[in-house]
Design a protein. Structure first.
Length: 268
């Protein structure tokens, strides 16, 4: 398996993305922003289609569109008790507009069916060295920002009113975090595709939170599960010829179900 360059690139790329997905996904689930992760992945698809039409690498368009959407979602005005008003409506409208643009880009590029399949379901076995370098750059940037924001982000997520009273710039933290989440979603789409990047971002994080772990342990478990899903998906795909995103999605659902059963049996 590892005698082939494309498999080595796939495993390295999956490892980089898994560390990013597990960390960012844990904060997304803590802040109850799973729908945002779902939308950002789909919005990235439109950006990738546009980049192909204009002759740029798909990852560049995916990052650009996801980042713009992340700023729009994160900058929404806060409503009562620190919860952004009409957040789901804003996300839905941005998603609808971007998917319309994506359809138009595919139409204009004259590469509809094959391009759409690649962008929607990913091509982890097609990761090359420049893409790996780009993924590493995105991961370093995102994890660096999270390390800088970590305590304030955790404070604003768990107790938004108290955080604002203590002078934490909750809105700025939200905007920066959504930008980080947008970059992470774009990176995950390189492995699982725009449709199933959501499973790699949310599945391990939801499982870690279901186990009731603290922040450090929860993030560690989330990263470990994401790595297990991506690497396990690659190995199972090699053996069975089923697509990698299929195994990632199935594994994410199974891990959450097992965590739920474990909590049920532990409860008195």
């Amino acid at each position: 398996m590892f005698e082939f360059d494309f498999m080595r690139h796939a495993f390295v790329g999956a490892a980089v993305v898994s560390v990013l997905a597990g960390t960012v996904g844990w904060f997304l689930m803590l802040r109850r922003q799973a729908f945002a992760a779902h939308a950002l992945s789909h919005i990235g698809f439109s950006g990738a289609a546009g980049a192909v039409w204009f002759g740029f690498p798909p990852l560049s368009g995916m990052v650009a569109f996801s980042l713009m959407a992340g700023f729009v979602i994160g900058a929404e005005r806060e409503g009562e008790r620190g919860v952004p008003a009409q957040r789901d409506s804003t996300i839905g409208l941005v998603l609808a507009a971007s998917l319309g643009l994506g359809a138009w880009f595919l139409h204009m590029s004259n590469r509809g069916s094959s391009l759409a399949t690649t962008l929607l379901f990913g091509d982890v076995l097609g990761i090359d060295v420049p893409t790996l370098e780009a993924l590493c750059g995105v991961a370093v940037l995102c994890l660096g920002l999270l390390a800088f924001l970590g305590r304030r982000l955790l404070f604003a997520s768990l107790a938004p009113e108290v955080a604002r009273a203590r002078g934490v710039p909750a809105r700025l933290v939200s905007v920066v975090f959504m930008a980080v989440a947008a970059l992470a979603c774009a990176a995950c789409a390189e492995v699982a595709g725009a449709l199933l990047a959501f499973s790699l971002m949310i599945g391990p994080a939801a499982t870690a939170l279901k186990l009731g772990l603290g922040p450090l342990a929860g993030i560690a478990v989330s990263v470990g599960l994401a790595l297990g899903l991506s690497w396990g998906g690659l190995m199972l795909s090699w053996v069975t010829d089923a697509p990698v995103p299929f195994w990632i999605g199935l594994g994410a659902a199974l891990s959450y179900a097992l965590a739920d059963l474990w909590r049920r049996f532990r409860s008195p």
